[in-house]
Design a protein around this ligand. Structure first.
Ligand SMILES: [Mn+2]
Length: 371
């Protein structure tokens, strides 16, 4: 039973056959033309639409921002991420040049629009989010969720656990911050607490958490000790600096399902990358990862481990640079997740698979006489 206000939709809208709805007037439209959807993909509004369209992955927004204590604006994230792409959308070919796979050739992808947020009411909003993600799963699609602040990972991952079973999710979490606070000024929900809530509820067990990119001056020793007690595997930037990102990524890929989990959820807080690459975010922390590192990590996890859900959170367009680089980074995280998912379908699951034409350089210079 939907909890949102679709119950009260206009009775004047005529019934329609279920299935994806194409909103494009022309075959080729850019992201900023016409009616905005992610990559100009068709829209689905119900699980029946998803099933009728045999949708593999549904991209959906959760425009929730509760974080006025830091720098707000993440409720504008989904809109900015949808609009920032600057290349022609499918049916134009969009192959990933490093692996030579076009995810849209192998996956049916749609835009599932946004969850309904109730301004000022966290509890009703989170109930909506949980039901909304549950709809996507009941339609047989993999949810890729655009935040919104990181608080939304509590209801989103809970919906994944509702569907597949508590304790089955392994969470690989890219972030500057651990997001394991017991509360925020007494509030249980917030963008600093979602991982704590998931562990407490049993939706995601502490030993099934792999965190990458932690740094800075928060949380304090009591919370870090709690994280260690839970068996969380936290990879700090110090480890990246000492051993290199390749080594840490290899460890994270191997750890993703090494606890007691068998299903991967990827959560990307854009502040995992350095503010130089992602200034448009609520809680920037200098000294972070490169965007190229996180993009490659998402693709490798999706290809080599396989994911059942993903979120990309904390894009705050009012703080983004004039080129929307933070929104664009989030957009490309989605494309890497889709590319990795398509690679897995194609059997390209070997460690760090790259197409040799991209990875080995062009070789000797060819001349006109060469065959
Ligand atoms: Mn976070």
């Amino acid at each position: 039973m939907p909890t949102d206000s679709r119950d009260h939709a206009s009775p004047d809208v005529p019934p329609r056959q279920p299935g994806p709805i194409n909103l494009n007037r022309y075959e080729t439209e850019m992201a900023w033309q016409g009616i905005q959807t992610f990559m100009k993909l068709p829209v689905c509004l119900t699980p029946e639409d998803l099933r009728a369209g045999k949708i593999d992955a549904a991209i959906a927004g959760v425009p929730w921002d509760q974080t006025a204590m830091t720098r707000s604006g993440t409720h504008l994230g989904p809109k900015a991420i949808r609009a920032c792409d600057h290349l022609p959308s499918p049916p134009w070919s969009r192959p990933h040049l490093h692996v030579r796979v076009d995810p849209f050739e192998h996956l049916n992808v749609c835009d599932y629009s946004d969850a309904e947020v109730i301004i000022g009411n966290t509890e009703r909003t989170f109930t909506n989010i949980r039901a909304f993600v549950g709809e996507i799963l009941s339609g047989g699609a993999l949810p890729i969720i655009l935040g919104g602040d990181h608080g939304i990972t509590w209801p989103v991952a809970t919906a994944i656990a509702d569907h597949y079973g508590y304790g089955r999710i392994g969470m690989v979490h890219f972030d500057a911050h651990a997001d394991t606070a017991p509360d925020m000024q007494g509030e249980l929900a917030g963008h600093g607490t979602p991982m704590r809530r998931l562990i407490e509820s049993g939706a995601v067990l502490g030993r099934n958490f792999v965190q990458v990119g932690l740094r800075g001056y928060w949380p304090g020793p009591d919370v870090v000790a709690w994280m260690e007690d839970q068996g969380m595997r936290s990879h700090f930037m110090a480890e990246v600096q000492r051993h290199g990102f390749d080594t840490v990524l290899e460890r994270a890929v191997n750890e993703a399902l090494s606890g007691s989990a068998d299903l991967l959820y990827i959560s990307v807080d854009v502040d995992a990358v350095d503010p130089a690459y992602a200034p448009g975010t609520g809680s920037p922390e200098p000294g972070g990862l490169a965007s190229a590192d996180v993009l490659r990590a998402v693709r490798r996890l999706a290809a080599e481990v396989g994911m059942v859900a993903m979120d990309i959170v904390e894009v705050s367009p009012p703080y983004d640079s004039g080129n929307n680089i933070t929104a664009l980074f989030a957009h490309r995280c989605v494309l890497e997740g889709l590319t990795g998912t398509a690679m897995r379908r194609l059997g390209l699951t070997e460690p760090d698979y790259l197409d040799p034409r991209a990875a080995e350089g062009p070789g000797p210079i060819r001349t006109a006489g060469d065959v």
